[in-house]
Design a protein around this ligand. Structure first.
Ligand code: PGA
Length: 252
């Protein structure tokens, strides 16, 4: 049985006091309600140390939204995996579609980012997914396969048991347009086939695959009840405690 995971991607939202309060409230809610799912939040990097100090990681885990492709040195503005590890951080998103689009992150950069994460004991939450044109052209399966293999095939196979995947069709992110549970399930099954073929049955069966893209309190249960959907990566609905906690409860 794979553990369910619900992760909140806060993106570039919330001022410091708001972020701190939301993290403290969420931590308290998890302590009181003991949901089955593991809960992770990814706030802006400047809040990471304070949030790590103010939540209990047995209830609420903290993730970065990104990390550098480089080990260290003259990369102004970047934050390395080693630096994240040095503040006690255990997770990072890698390859979110907004970074692929706005920061032009390609497979080569993402391969390096994932190597950095693995080298410094950070669990990568690797995001991938097709855009609208690719879905309409019916190329979404091959697009997803190459997004996965371009990065994963270059990693040390021994470390792939630390991988968390997030299928996020670009056309569903921030649009209010969710993939149907059947569409998401179909892709998750396909991803497991790709993992199986390339890395073996154990990795295919044990890797958590989250769905992301307009997950909310209304649609979460239907999505998470699909066999191969192991939880969600949630953007805007993770900024509201009542919405996010309902989504967490939907992951049983
Ligand atoms: P959304 O974002 O839930 O606001 O669509 C999801 C994501 O980008 O991870």
């Amino acid at each position: 049985m794979r553990k369910k995971i619900v992760a909140g991607n806060w993106k570039m939202n919330l001022k410091f006091e708001e972020a701190l309060q939301l993290a403290i409230d969420l931590n308290g809610w998890i302590a009181d309600n003991q949901p089955e799912a593991e809960v992770i939040i990814a706030p802006s990097s400047i809040y990471l140390p304070t949030l790590l100090e103010n939540v209990d990681e047995q209830f609420l885990k903290i993730s970065a939204q990104d990390l550098s492709a480089h080990e260290k040195g003259a990369y102004t503005g970047d934050i390395s995996a080693e630096q994240l590890d040095s503040i006690g951080l255990d997770f990072s998103l890698i390859g979110h579609s907004e970074r692929r689009t706005y920061q032009h992150e390609d497979a080569e950069v993402l391969e390096q980012k994932m190597k950095q994460a693995f080298a410094h004991q950070i669990y990568p939450i690797f995001c991938f997914g097709e855009n609208l044109e690719q879905r309409e052209n019916n190329t979404h399966f091959e697009v997803v396969e190459s997004q996965l293999l371009d990065v994963l095939a270059k990693q040390d196979k021994e470390l792939l048991n630390k991988l968390i995947l997030a299928y996020e069709p670009v056309w569903a992110i921030g649009t209010g347009k969710t993939a149907s549970p059947e569409q998401a399930q179909e892709m998750h099954v396909y991803v497991r086939e790709v993992l199986d073929k390339n890395f073996g049955a154990e990795i295919a069966n044990s890797t958590p695959i989250l769905y992301g893209g307009s997950v909310n309190a209304e649609n979460a249960e239907n999505l998470f009840s699909q066999n191969d959907i192991d939880g969600g990566l949630v953007g805007s609905a993770s900024l509201q405690l009542d919405q996010f906690t309902q989504i967490i409860m939907a992951a049983q």
